[in-house]
Design a protein around this ligand. Structure first.
Ligand code: NAD
Length: 501
């Protein structure tokens, strides 16, 4: 069988029950490590049927800027499970990240990266490390919604949703349950982002109650990352949002000493994609020396995901035994520890020769004790009463005296909404700001109703009042760059206060 570029031995099953897998051979070292991985899967008796598809460099260069064509989407839709070797993203503008495209298009909401120390076979300062990072994969700052709003100010929207939080947090607990993990730690920055990260934390607390047998705690991401780097043994499963997860999963992989060895899973409701965490390593491509372990570990995760846990263990244990026996590729070869420097295919042969054996010193893989299928219930929205209680109007103004813009805005007539305060980069500057506060050309001006005593109140208003306000501001020559409605949901404030408000 051929994928059009490389001849290889396809691992196929003899039974009707074989699970169809969409296989992307990738670029650079991709075909070499995929060939080695498929060989091991075949020898271990994985009950799978590969269907090969093209993604990556060749597709990019053919003019598909997303790096994937319709035929490959069709293969994915048929198979639902993807095993993907790394691909090369061509340099230059216009090419989109294939990973981001696939994650978002296929709803791959959970990125799972187990990181385990393999001391003393792989150098690490943390022999006890065995952490699984569960990273939200679809939202947060990665929604990619960015705007330049004034000459000096650029904005990136951080979107956190309740369904997104519920899915990822529940996945983390279900994963812990399925694979016998004891503790789930949530990492957030809700001391600052009280609404977005606050929601993640709140959902974590709600869902943690449903899993009393699993220990749970929440830590602030900055100190938590420092502790993860200094004492990784304190962590078991970590669940966090997209950006924090991106950063801490690299920290975790790096300190385990095994960046080139780690696999990862991108899990969706209907589709899942498994790959190594490293790239296509063009510097060593074609030399036959690449380490196939990252992709092999991804394939092990894939087998566990589709319920072939015993085969997953068989491969993982043989792989651990191969490392113990000192068969090491060049990237992990160490004088005094390694017995033999081997190439990609020789390494695969060494793993195949050990199928059925277990490691003697490293922990034996116990995926077969777990359940391979994690099902997350569909989100059910609880309807809430939503009231508009004011509006933040963002104004581009090149002056630098907050009292000047504040007093000018107070003089605007034509709306029942009046100026409550102004912030600049989130800090209150009017009324009663501090002269030391640095101001840019981006002024967030909060308008709300005023009561009979002429005090600002958050009280229900009609959107027509907002429109009248914008119109009045425009007529007075203010440069309105955007508005953000202020809502309460079931009488609970749905917006942040200005620092110092
Ligand atoms: P890289 O991970 O490909 O390589 C970094 C270093 O690690 C290189 O020295 C390489 O030789 C080494 N290395 C990586 N994997 C190895 C392995 N299995 N065995 C031995 N050594 C290994 O990162 P890069 O050089 O920054 O990126 C190269 C290309 O890969 C780029 O086009 C990038 O966009 C792409 N990339 C793809 C993915 C993916 O498809 N998931 C991920 C990351 C990078």
């Amino acid at each position: 069988m051929s994928n059009g570029t490389v001849e290889h031995q396809a691992s196929t099953s003899n039974t009707d029950t074989a699970v169809r897998i969409a296989v992307a051979m990738g670029d650079g070292i991709g075909p070499e490590i995929m060939e080695a991985t498929l060989k091991v899967l075949d020898a271990a008796g994985a009950n799978i049927q590969p269907e090969f598809m093209d993604v990556g460099e060749k597709v990019y260069l053919s003019g598909e800027t997303a790096g994937i064509n319709q035929a490959s989407w069709d293969t994915i839709n048929r198979c639902k499970i993807i095993l993907k070797a790394p691909i090369t993203t061509p340099q230059g503008k216009g090419y989109k990240s294939l990973n981001v495209t696939m994650r978002k298009s296929l709803g791959l909401y959970a990125n799972i990266r187990p990181v385990m120390a393999l001391h003393p076979y792989i150098k690490t300062n943390f022999p006890e490390m065995d952490v699984v990072i569960v990273r939200e994969n679809e939202e947060d700052l990665y929604a990619g919604i960015e705007h330049r709003q004034t000459q000096d100010v650029y904005q990136c929207l951080k979107l956190i949703t309740r369904p997104g939080c519920e899915k990822i947090v529940r996945y983390a607990f279900e994963y812990a349950k399925a694979y016998g993990r004891k503790k789930v730690t949530c990492m957030v920055k809700d001391n600052i982002m009280k609404i977005t990260d606050g929601l993640f934390h709140q959902v974590f607390d709600e869902i943690a109650k449903e899993y009393p047998e699993i220990e749970s705690d929440t830590q602030i991401i900055d100190i938590a990352s420092a502790r993860l780097a200094a004492r990784p043994g304190d962590y078991d499963v970590v669940v966090t949002s997209n950006l924090y997860g991106d950063i801490i999963s690299d920290i975790a992989a790096e300190i385990a000493g095994s960046v080139g060895m780690a696999g990862s899973a991108n899990i969706g409701r209907n589709v899942a994609m498994f790959e190594a965490i490293h790239g296509s390593a063009p510097d060593i491509s074609g030399k036959g020396i690449a380490n196939p372990s990252g992709l092999l570990n991804a394939a092990v995760m894939m087998l566990a995901h589709i319920g072939q846990n015993e085969t997953a263990d068989k491969i993982k244990n043989a792989w651990l035994r191969t490392l113990e026996d000192g068969f090491h590729t060049a990237d992990i070869y160490q004088e005094g520890i390694s017995a033999q420097k081997v190439g990609t295919q020789e390494f695969a042969e060494a793993v195949i020769a050990r199928l059925g054996q277990s490691p003697e010193k490293l922990s034996v893989s116990t995926l077969s004790k777990g359940s391979g299928t994690i099902t997350i219930p569909h989100y059910e929205r609880q309807e809430q009463k939503k009231d508009l209680v004011g509006v933040d109007v963002f104004i581009d103004w090149k002056g630098n005296d907050p009292n000047e813009i504040g007093n000018n805005l107070r003089a605007v007539t034509g709306s029942t909404l009046k100026l409550k305060m102004i912030t600049n980069r989130g800090v209150k500057v009017f009324p009663h700001g501090m002269k030391e506060t640095y101001c840019t050309d981006h002024w967030r001006c909060r308008f709300v109703p005023f009561n009979d005593a002429n005090e600002p109140v958050y009280e229900e208003v009609d959107y027509a009042q907002v429109l009248a306000l914008i119109s009045a501001l425009h007529n007075e020559g203010f440069d309105v760059i955007k508005t953000e409605n202020l809502y309460e949901f079931d009488s609970k404030r749905g917006f942040s206060l200005g620092q110092g408000e």
